[in-house]
Design a binder for this molecule. Structure first.
Ligand code: BDR
Ligand code: CA
Length: 316
């Protein structure tokens, strides 16, 4: 299996991603690190511990990370993910409530200790990852690649042009993009397309197995437009990025220059993806700035990922 570390802000769809990672036989989830984003970092830690317990994986190392972005003050997205940051589903309090290691320390330790290079999957603002890369640049030699959920080629969600994870900490995203490791961007364009049909969501919700049932409840929460509907459909969200690691053929990518707008004002946090046919030949290309080449997901095989997700979370 592929050694994987997930950095997340659990989070309804982060929880869906954790459930999948724990149950996929091709993934060896070695650690989970938490960062402020969907809710405050202590809430993220609590939610993460709950999900791992419900998924039957209570022993995976978990760490608490950054409380706020590198430069901006803390903000929360409670309007999307509920007061508890995970849909206010009334989940049980986890048996493990404390974690005694910080995220950068755990990331460094697990990356360097892994016998095979690690795939890092950030599903949240990139603060922990930027701090890791700046504090311990030597980790790069044992990172296979970074597949992150964030950014958008087209429309944003936090602002008209910026996706939440990048917008929340744009400087951290800029550090990630120039890390010098292969990077795949699983952005909003594909993120929003992978939706589980209502009949499948209902089957998951009716399951007697706690992890499977939790996946169903989280999926049902995802789409406010259909709440109250007996068979609401639900987006995989962040879990799609983990599917893309387990089954890379499910996405279509192109290697493209990507830059984050750090300017104050309406473009802040936008990922500017250069889709010009031959950007290298343009005089204005890059303007002398450091340009990262990123594998940008432009296509996703929705049916394939839905099937993969269901087959994985339903194996208890
Ligand atoms: C991202 O923001 C969060 O709300 C989701 O968990 C996802 O990581 C989407 O913009
Ligand atoms: Ca997230």
């Amino acid at each position: 299996p592929i050694p994987v570390i997930i950095d997340c802000d659990t989070g309804v769809d982060d929880a869906l991603a954790l459930l999948f990672a724990v149950r996929h036989p091709g993934i060896d989830l070695r650690a989970v690190t938490c960062v402020a984003g969907n809710t405050d970092v202590d809430g993220v830690v609590r939610n993460t511990l709950t999900v791992l317990e419900q998924a039957g994986a209570p022993d995976i190392p978990v760490a608490r990370g950054a409380e706020r972005p590198l430069i901006e003050p803390a903000r929360s997205a409670r309007h999307v993910h509920g007061v508890d940051g995970m849909g206010d589903l009334g989940l049980p309090v986890p048996a493990r409530t404390r974690v005694d290691v910080d995220a950068v320390t755990l990331l460094r330790r697990e990356i360097l200790a892994s016998p095979r290079p690690v795939t890092l999957i950030p599903l949240a603002p990139l603060t922990n990852i930027a701090l890791l890369l700046r504090t311990h640049p030597e980790v790069v030699r044992n990172i296979e690649r970074i597949v992150f959920m964030g950014g958008a080629v087209a429309t944003g969600n936090a602002t008209p042009v910026a996706e939440f994870n990048v917008w929340h900490d744009p400087e951290a995203a800029a550090v990630l993009l120039t890390a010098g490791v292969p990077i795949t961007m699983y952005g909003l364009d594909v993120f929003q397309r992978v939706v589980v049909p209502g009949t499948d969501v209902r089957r998951l919700r009716d399951s007697a197995e706690p992890g499977t049932r939790l996946a169903g409840e989280l999926l049902a929460h995802r789409d406010p437009a259909t709440s109250g509907d007996p068979t609401p459909s639900g987006g995989l969200g962040d879990a799609g990025a983990v599917c893309a690691v387990a089954d890379p053929a499910g996405i279509g990518t192109r290697l493209l220059p990507v830059e984050v707008s750090l300017a104050p004002g309406p473009t802040r946090g936008q990922t500017i993806v250069d889709l010009r046919p031959r950007p290298g030949e343009s005089e204005i290309h890059g303007g002398g700035r450091e340009q990262a080449l990123v594998d940008v997901a432009l296509e996703v095989d929705v049916e394939r990922f839905v099937k993969l997700y269901l087959a994985t979370v339903e194996r208890a």
